[in-house]
Every structure is written in C-alpha cells, then in structure tokens.
Design a binder for this molecule. Structure first.
Ligand code: SF4
Length: 706
C-alpha cells in the first residue's frame, strides 16, 4: 500500500541571474517543497532565502490574475471576458493602430523575467509582423551598460568568465555589486574560495559599506557615479609602476596609446578628489589587481545604472586588457546579471537595439539575415525606442497601443510623473501579467493573465552564459496561460487580418519548437548554440554557450582572439563625465538606490512570504549619523525626501555604512506602500547616450522633517 513518491520536477529559481537549479516537489495540485538541485552547476544544491521560500509564493490564487479582462472605455470598470474575445480585441486594436498611425505607433515593453521562448515570439511579432523596432525590456534598466561595455572593448555581448573562476582567482575586484544581497549563492562561493585561500585579495568599491564589503581586504568608498576616475587612476598606477602586461597589450589589443595619454591627468591624487577614495588605497588596489596571478572583476547595477554606465564598464575592462587578466582561469571581467533571463532576452534580440543572435537592427546585413530566417521580405529599419524613449513617446501621444508584459513600469521606471502621464495617454494599454499587485494594472485597458513560475516551460540563460530548462510543475491557476502561447495566439489573428501568408510563422506545437527556431538563429554567431535542443538539455543538463554540439565553452578569449574587425580587443579613450543630477545648495544629498537581501524587484512574489518581509518591513531612508545630526533628525523620524521631480515621505534611519552626504533607499517599494509615490518619483530618466540605460542609482535630493 505504499503511496507513489510525489512528482519531482527540476527547474530554475525565478529570481536573480545566478540561475540556481531547484527541485520542485508537488502532489499534483500544490507545491510541497522546493529544494536546491545538487547537480546544477550554478549552485550545487544551495539556495538563498528567496529561493528556499519559493514554494510559499505558490498556490495563492488571491494574489493572481485569473481571467482576461477588458475595459470598454477609459472611464468604465474592467469586465471579465473570454480568451477568444480578448485575443480578437487585442488583434483588432493592433491592426487599427498599424493602419491608422503606422507600425511605430505600437510599442512592446517586456521583462527579464520572461523565458527565452516568450521573448523570442514577442520579438518575432514586433519585427516580423507589426514591423516595428519599438520593443524593449526592463533589462534596459539592468544590464545595458554591461552590453555596451563588452561590445566596445571585447567586440561582443559575452561575459567571458564563469562561476568556477571564483575558485581560481587570486584577487576579486567587486565594483558596484552587493553580491551578498543580490547574488547570495555566488557570494557564498566567494566566501568559500576566500576561506580556502586566505591570501586571496578581495577589493570592494561601493558608495555603501555593504555586507559584501565585510569580506573585503580593501574597501573603496567611491562616490556615486565617479568610478571612471577610480579605474583610470588604477591604470595610471599600473603604467607608472610597470605593472601592465606589455606583451598582451601589443599582441591582443588596439588603442592603448590614446588612452594612455588621457590617463596622465588621472593621478591617484587627482582621482581621489573626484571619486572620494584615498590615493593610497587607489595605489594598493592597482597593485593587488595587477600583481595577482589571476584577477576577476564582478560588477552589476552600481556600474550600469548611470548616465556614464558604458564608460564605467569599459574603463573596468581596460584594467583586464592592460594586465592580461582575461581568458584564463580565475580572470576576466564578469558582469553579474540582475534578472533571471536578461541574458536570454539579449540572445533573442528582445530589445530596441538588438536582433536575434546578437545581431543589430541598424545593420542592413543583419536585418536581411533575420528576414531570411523568418521567411519574410524585410525587417523594419526605423530605429526603435528604448524603454525611457518609448514612455516619452507615449506621453507625447505617439504610441497608440502599448503591450506591457511581466513588468510594472508604474512602479519601476524612473521619473514616475512622466510614466503615469504616458500610461494615461496611450489609447490601449495591454498588461500581460501574473500577479494582481502590479501598479500598472490601474492603467490597463486589457489584462491578459499569465502563467508564472512554476507553471510554464522554457529556458533561461544565467550570468555565466549557461542555458537551463525551466519546467512546469503545476498547471496555471484559473484561465492564466503561458506567455508565449498568448503571443502566438494574438500573432496568428493579426497575421490573418494583415498578412495571411504569415499565420504559419506563429504556429508552434510547444515551447521546444520555439526554442529550436530561436537556437537556429544563433548559427554562425558568437553565441552559437544552434546544436542545442531540449533533448540535449534533458540528456546533459544545463549548457554554456557557445555550444559546439558536445560541450559548452567554459570561458571565452583563451586564444587571445576577440570578435572585433581586427580580432583585437579595444581600449576606448574615455573622457571624464559624472552624474547628470548634480548636488547643489537646494538638493545637497546624493541619493542612491539598491536591493535588499530578501526582496525581489517590486515584491509581487516576495511580499507574499512573511519570513522574507521580516527582514525589512517598511521602506526607510538611510543617512549618515552626521547628516542626521546636522538636520536635527533622529532615527525613526518621518521625513520628506524631495527634488525637482517629486517628493516621498518615509522614516529615516541612521546608517554609518554610508559616507556623509550619501543617502540610500531600497528600490522595492512603490506608491502603494508610500501613500502615493514610490522611490522612482525621485529618480531621473536621463539616460546613458550609449546604453540608453537610465541613471536609477543617483538623484540629488533634499531631506526635511515631514
Ligand atoms: Fe534564486 Fe538568486 Fe537566490 Fe539562487 S541566488 S536561490 S537564483 S535568488
């Protein structure tokens, strides 16, 4: 009479870009347990607090969107409707906008939470049927600076290192990344490497002395937005003290002479004035970085989310090129992806500036290649709008239909006043979403209820270029559907209306078929995994790209060849720029933002778990005790934080991990928690001209008693 063992499904945690493998145990109706997958190379069984409590976020229909709804008019309440009817309406609204206002009156705003298959079909719909490049993603807010940094210097958007490199590194330089909170399982790996090799040097550069900095042998309290001065000065020291690898520079790089001339002005003393790091510490950091047998750099939003984010990325990569710390075990620049599938989204080209297979829409040959793969005459050539530009266009009345999937721009985009104006102005806002806590739902004309983890099949790519299968363990609740199926159903209807010959382009039996078509688009490209399939992932487990049919490549550029026109990596002559929002007598505090350990983004999932919310139950403004004293404020006082864009009210807390003049608010809370406006009422929509990523990490503000 033994009961059958509960079914176990191998999948991947849906939070950060570490991409930890999980085992989901169910009774067929609900999740009984979520444990770490001991065989997955990202985590070998480990999970952080968020991953361990994933099971507690499931089986909560009261938190979910269960039925499609339509709002007949802007001032009327939403009504439930059948899928068939709603899909017809979405198709009609798209067709009408295209006919009346042109393809570029349609915009798609997606998410790094989507699976690769979802992303691929959204992209094919936008470019291959609607004929617009107006498709972007909240990955624009996350890793775009890393993408442009890699492309400018190394020639391709490809993180060269891997997780195994923590064990081989002699020095780890962490810049603008709080790994202990944002990538906890990777941080544990680093802690283990340090314990096994106490001589390993760890350097942390961050405006806050975070939990990550507690592991550091050297902490550099860099001022927000000034990292280029720090990195330039470190290279200046390396040149001055003959610590660079001249042979590597000569054999494998170009552009060093021009940069070298630029670096003369970045002496440690001069740079110290700009970045706030003591000149002796700059010298020590440069020596440790250069003299280690292998140096690994880890970085994330603290570099990317600035108007000079691309410059910061490139300036850090220069340190690796100048010392030859790249293409060998334990060495290389290593961007830590924020979201679970920001990498996969880049691979399918689900962004305004990308096409499938790391191609670019501005390149006519690339457009022709993708058009041939999709069996259509041509792809649109008009430049697409990135996230911020799309909402600016919407506010100006140029976007008539905006389809938002898996993200909550009414909370997470900067300069909320403009975002909310934009959402009010768009004729038809379509929100494809799993959770009912999204603040964007208040603006939705059409709501498409989506399946969520662990209810859908697909793949994700993690920070070390490793593709893993995400598997459904339960059916979606109510009438919710997998994202790719919703997109395919709309696309077939729209094609039947506009171009019947393209209906077949959106007929897929399952997620495996979508993946197969996507993988084929990577053939011959830097990330080539055209030989990979669901069958192979089943047999051999998660694989890194590029994948040659048998094995994925562990680390890149081991042969010293780079995917640039000359085959050589490039030094970029980077001029000094700092933040867009300068402090002044009116707004004297530098406000920076970041994650908490136990929350994820807008908390649609993590707020469901009491064990996670206990870590930080409410938003707070953290300020240095000296700044509090100067303003006669005490911990717990309610304050008004304001600047020229908006104002929010929240309690203040003394925090001596900050340097005087710098304040911090966690990114997770929106207007619902703060009684009107969330943290992004204060942040700026100024973007990096190269990456088009907004400066979410810095705003000049004033603080006063509420
Ligand atoms: Fe999930 Fe990231 Fe934690 Fe791993 S480290 S369990 S992927 S949140």
């Amino acid at each position: 009479n033994a009961r059958p063992a509960p079914p176990e499904v191998s999948s991947v945690c849906c939070y950060c870009g570490t991409g930890c493998g999980v085992e989901i145990t169910t009774d067929g109706h609900r999740v009984l347990a979520v444990t770490g997958d001991g065989t997955h190379p990202a985590n070998f069984g480990r999970l952080c607090s968020k991953g361990r409590t994933l099971g507690d976020t499931t089986g909560r229909p009261s938190a979910r969107l269960l039925r499609p709804t339509l709002r007949p008019a802007k001032d009327e309440p939403a009504q439930e409707a059948s899928w068939e009817h709603v899909l017809d309406v979405v198709s009609t609204r798209l067709a009408d906008a295209i006919r009346q206002h042109g393809p570029d009156s349609v915009g798609f705003y997606l998410s790094g939470q989507l699976l690769t298959e979802d992303y691929y079909l959204f992209n094919k719909l936008a470019r291959g049927l609607v004929a617009t490049n107006n498709i972007d993603s909240n990955s624009r807010l996350c890793m775009s600076g890393a993408v442009t940094g890699y492309k400018q210097t190394l020639g391709a958007d490809a993180p060269p290192a891997c997780y195994d490199d923590f064990a081989h590194a002699g020095c780890v330089f962490i810049a603008g990344a709080n790994m202990a909170y944002a990538h906890p399982v990777l941080f544990r790996r680093l802690e283990e490497a340090k314990a096994a090799k106490p001589e390993m040097k760890i350097i942390v550069a961050d405006p806050r002395r975070t939990d990550t900095a507690s592991l550091a042998d050297l902490y550099l309290p860099v001022l927000p937005g000034t990292d280029v001065a720090l990195f330039h000065a470190m290279l200046n020291v390396m040149i001055w003290e003959e610590l660079i690898d001249r042979d590597y520079i000569a054999a494998h790089t170009e552009g060093f002479a021009a940069l070298r001339a630029r670096l003369r002005e970045f002496t440690p003393r001069a740079a110290s004035e700009l970045c706030g790091v003591h000149e002796d510490d700059i010298v020590t950091a440069a020596r440790w970085f250069a003299q280690s047998p292998a140096t690994l750099s880890c970085y994330a939003m603290g570099l990317n989310q600035y108007s000079n984010g691309s410059d910061k990325n490139a300036a850090l990569i220069h340190l690796h090129l100048a010392t030859g710390h790249i293409g060998k075990p334990g060495a290389g620049p290593f961007s830590l992806t924020g979201q679970p599938n920001a990498m996969g989204g880049r691979e399918v080209g689900g962004m305004a500036t990308l096409l499938p297979g790391h191609r670019e829409p501005g390149d006519a040959a690339h457009r022709a290649e993708v058009a041939a793969l999709w069996h259509i005459p041509a792809l649109p050539s008009n430049p697409g709008l990135s996230a911020i530009e799309m909402f600016e266009a919407a506010a100006a009345g140029r976007i008539k239909v905006l389809w938002i999937a898996g993200t909550d721009p009414a909370q997470s985009l900067p300069e909320q006043a403009l975002v909310r104006t934009a959402l009010e102005k768009v004729d038809c806002v379509i929100v494809q979403e799993a959770f009912n806590s999204s603040e964007t739902l208040a603006y939705a004309d059409i709501v498409l209820p989506a399946a969520a983890w662990p209810e859908k099949d697909g793949t994700v790519t993690n920070s070390e270029r490793r593709i893993s299968r995400v598997r459904a363990a339960l059916p979606p609740p109510g009438a919710a559907r997998e994202d790719w199926r919703i997109v395919a159903a709309v696309a077939q209807r729209l094609a039947a209306t506009l171009m019947p010959e393209r209906v077949a382009l959106f007929e897929f039996a399952d997620a495996a078929a979508v993946f197969a078509e996507h993988a084929a688009t990577t053939a011959g490209r830097d990330l080539d995994y055209s030989a990979l399939s669901y069958e192979l992932l089943e047999q051999r487990g998660p694989q890194q790209w590029p994948f040659d049919g048998k094995i994925g490549r562990t680390r890149l550029y081991e042969d010293g060849m780079f995917p640039t026109a000359s085959g050589k990596a490039q030094f970029v002559d980077i001029a000094w720029r700092t933040v867009s929002d300068k402090v002044s007598a009116h707004f004297p505090l530098r406000l920076t933002t970041g994650r908490l350990r136990d929350h994820w983004h807008t908390m649609s999932r993590t707020a469901l778990v009491p064990a996670l919310t206990r870590h930080a139950e409410e938003p707070q403004l953290a300020m240095h005790p000296r700044d509090l004293q100067r303003q006669r404020l005490g911990s717990g006082d309610l304050v008004k934080v304001r600047n020229k864009r908006g104002a929010i009210y929240l309690p203040v807390v003394a925090d001596d991990t900050l340097r005087p003049g710098v304040a911090f608010i966690a990114m997770h809370w929106g207007g619902a928690a703060l009684g009107g406006q969330g943290i992004n009422a204060l942040t700026t929509r100024v973007i990096d001209p190269q990456s088009r990523q907004p400066e979410l990490k810095h705003a000049a503000v004033a603080v006063e008693p509420a």
